[in-house]
Design a protein around this ligand. Structure first.
Ligand code: 5GP
Ligand code: ZN
Length: 139
């Protein structure tokens, strides 16, 4: 992908603050960190989002995220950890090359990654469950 900034960064075409690299991934520090140590896990191959991500890269991404979460947390003395992954503008994605945010959290970091709970009736919940349940799931 010629005009993709994360393709260039992941493949070394643009220098970045790298904390891990292998044949498939580069993990870099986020340019505008939400907390101390906020990093981004980037596949070297271009996938726009999770809908396009290959099963092979998907299968490798979480074990790497787990390893990086442990490393970052230990080195920086984090008290917790968020992994966030945005897909499409509606979900807050701004760079359209799949990436996972690795965000160490600290008891006093003052950061708020907000989710606002919505009211939902039992009937609405059941209607939605039927729409999104995998085939063969019992009620
Ligand atoms: P998104 O909103 O797409 O999930 O996240 C994009 C993230 O990439 C943001 O947190 C932003 O700070 C980070 N970012 C955007 N451009 C660059 C860049 O050129 N270098 C680095 N290291 N991070 C970037
Ligand atoms: Zn790309």
């Amino acid at each position: 992908m010629e005009n993709c900034i994360f393709c260039k960064i992941a493949n070394g075409g643009i220098p970045s603050r790298t904390i891990y690299e292998d044949d498939d991934f580069r993990v870099i520090m986020d340019l505008a960190p939400a907390t101390k140590g906020h990093s981004l896990l980037l596949p070297k191959e271009h996938y726009k989002n999770i809908y396009e991500l290959s099963d092979g890269i998907a299968a490798k991404a979480l074990p790497l995220a787990k390893k990086m979460a442990a490393l970052i947390s230990e080195r920086l003395g984090a008290d917790g950890f968020n992994i966030i992954q945005n897909n499409n503008e509606a979900a807050g994605q701004t760079v359209f090359h799949f990436h996972m945010h690795l965000i160490p959290r600290y008891n006093d970091d003052g950061q708020k990654l907000v989710m606002i709970p919505q009211e939902m009736t039992d009937a609405q919940m059941e209607e939605i469950r039927e729409l999104i349940a995998m085939p063969d799931m019992e009620g």
